[in-house]
Design a protein around this ligand. Sequence first.
Ligand code: UDP
Length: 244
Amino acid sequence: MASFKRILLKLSGEAAMGDQSFGIDPPTVARVAGEVKAAKDAGHEICLVIGGGNIFRGMAGAAKGMNRTTADYMGMLATVMNALAMQDALEAIGVSTRVQSAVEMNKVCEPVILRRAERHLEKGRVVIFAAGVGDPYFTTDSGAALRASEMKCDALLKGTSVDGVYDSDPKTNPAATRFDRIGYDRVLADNLKVMDAAAVSLCRDNNIPIVVFNIREPGNLARVLAGEGVSTTVGAIEEGQAHG
Ligand code: UDP
């Protein structure tokens, strides 16, 4: 794998949940923070986006009768809570951080100011972007693709609970095969579950590779960044080589 100097790491809110079925599990957040520190110590510049699904998803609220826009703002606030939990865990192990939220809340964190974010990275800080794109009807996947584009990241790393992109769901189909590399267009055409379509097409338009890997496996982020771990890269060229 090409060496990626500046990365955007996207974690779903569930990565903060551990074995719980809801909310934030501080030991789990601390473990993930350790992964981020290892990547930073290896010389990478790191932007972070964390979802909010462990606390609240707008669609779920809307399905139970809430106004969708209100519910989505609640989801965005959930991502701010996760961002603060991650900031706390990173600072506890000596990693300097800043949180920038797309929904402004000055007492809690900075607003999104890209030039300032750039400066934070130069100074070796991890920048955590919260509240997605700051508007309802979007997801934090889209927020991640947007910030990765704006910050000119070399790659978007998507940490999930599976070790890459499969041609069918490996949890239900034992014969599912994993791709080493796959094209953006194939992911969109086959509706493969990588990120939502808006996020994938934004990465495609800005030629940002998406690296899908398992964040639950200890040490995996640093391994994948060193080109050693198991992952799938979604990129411009389709070399769709599948492995069992
Ligand atoms: N959200 C939003 N706009 C954004 C990002 C997030 O409205 O730009 C809301 C939306 O309701 C979403 C929730 O925040 O369901 C949590 O984000 P997401 O579902 O992306 O979290 P994840 O699945 O990654 O944990």
